[in-house]
Design a protein around this ligand. Structure first.
Ligand code: PLP
Length: 395
């Protein structure tokens, strides 16, 4: 492909930062030791993993002292979904006498599918509704959490709309009833300020490939002092909390990505929001019958979910693809299905809008030129699709 790709699908996955790749490379052919080995060749690699763990802890505001400090609160995982599954598993094991789990209807399948399985095993799962902005009602949450609730698990930021939940208040409500609190922060890490100590969350999961580290690595914050039953049983790795030889290069890559994200978070957030707002302003000014979904006051700076009424999102994506512009019609995990996303459904977005919804998600590698080009090509695409849409004619 000669023409430059304009990649606006960063909530699906991100480009690995060149600095991250560089940090990883020595661990494939030169420093390939097993961190659990006694010899120095392996032992030195263990020190690199610990440095990565420290960078992750610093991005999340977790405790970290040194390698032998068993209180370290960061556990490496293989992905965000594993972190979500492991947190839910650990929380239920830590509160064995409680049989209720409270979550929301708009969680990622990494949480929802896992909860379905726990429901099958006899737990009562309560999925809270959201309003038209995808926002949670704290009064409803408070009424749903009772003394039988083992865990409240709520995403920090929604992957489709970017809506940010009132996590701090939700955590306080969970703790007031003696329940544990997990947040899926996969879309928040590297885009929002996170301080687990201030928040007092018990578990928080992140995923490398959403913040310019590779796919196939993630991390779970698990608060010290709470017994942790591992999801993956195996060797002594991760202080007995996750068996399996560490994916050393990727752990190092995730550490470097977290270090970089922390160093420039403030500036990056501002720049992402500027580009996102420019995109939305350009679309709204040039195309009729469009609507931006989500909570405009509490939203990720990089995410824009836009409904183009009376047409199919899949067709818009195809035309954008011809112009080498990558976006998404909802969460990547649901593409292939013609059903509108469960998030838009839960928000009550009407069918005529939900079907024509595109998620644009930006990263630090996007430029003004990317946005200008997108705003230039979109109006004729939408006009053309509406010309042949029976719904547009009947409206
Ligand atoms: N949680 C959220 C909010 C996500 O957006 C994703 C991925 O899209 C995940 C969890 C799953 O992460 P992973 O792909 O690393 O398993």
């Amino acid at each position: 492909m000669n023409e430059k790709v304009i990649y606006l699908d960063n909530n699906a996955t991100t480009r690995v930062a060149p600095e991250v790749l560089e940090a990883m490379l020595p661990f494939f052919c030169d420093r390939y030791g097993n961190p659990s080995s006694i010899h120095r060749f392996g032992g030195e690699v263990a020190a690199d993993i610990e440095q990565a763990r420290r960078h992750i802890a610093e991005l999340l505001g977790a405790h970290y002292r040194d390698r032998d400090d068993c209180a370290s609160e960061i556990i490496f995982t293989s992905c965000g979904s594993e972190g979500d599954n492991a947190a839910i598993h650990a929380a239920l094991a830590a509160r064995p006498d409680r049989k209720r789990i409270v979550s929301s209807a708009v969680e990622h399948p990494g949480v929802l599918s896992c909860l379905k399985e726990w429901e099958r095993r006899g737990y009562e799962v309560v999925l809270l509704p959201v309003d038209g902005k995808g926002q949670l009602d704290l009064g409803v949450l408070e009424r749903a959490v009772d003394r039988d609730t083992a865990l409240v698990t709520l995403m920090w930021a929604n992957n489709e709309t970017g809506t940010i939940f009132p996590i701090r208040e939700a955590c306080r409500i969970a703790h007031a009833a003696g329940a544990l609190f997990h947040t899926d922060a996969v879309q928040a890490a590297g885009k929002e300020f996170i301080d687990v100590d201030d928040l007092q969350a018990d578990y928080l999961s992140i995923s490398g490939h959403k913040l310019h580290a590779p796919k196939g690595v993630g991390a779970l914050f698990a608060r010290r002092g709470i017994p942790f039953a591992p999801l993956i049983l195996g060797g002594h790795q991760e202080r007995m909390r996750r068996g399996g030889t560490e994916n050393v290069a990727s752990c190092v890559g995730l550490g470097e990505a977290c270090r970089m994200a922390k160093a420039v978070l403030d500036d990056e957030r501002r720049e992402l929001a500027r580009l996102r707002d420019k995109l939305e302003a350009g679309v709204l000014a040039n195309i009729p019958e469009v609507h931006v979904n989500g909570d405009m006051e509490h939203r990720l700076p990089n995410t824009s979910s836009i409904s183009f009424k009376y047409i199919e999102g899949e067709s818009i994506l195809m035309y954008l693809d011809m112009h080498h512009i990558c976006a998404s019609s909802g969460s990547a995990c649901t593409t292939g299905s013609l059903e509108p996303s469960h998030v838009l459904k839960a928000m009550g977005v009407p069918y005529s809008s939900a079907h024509g919804t595109i998620r644009f998600s930006l990263s630090k590698y996007n430029t003004d030129a990317d946005i200008d080009r997108t705003v230039e090509v979109l109006p004729p695409i939408i006009a053309r699709l509406r010309e042949i849409s029976p719904y547009w004619k009947q409206r």
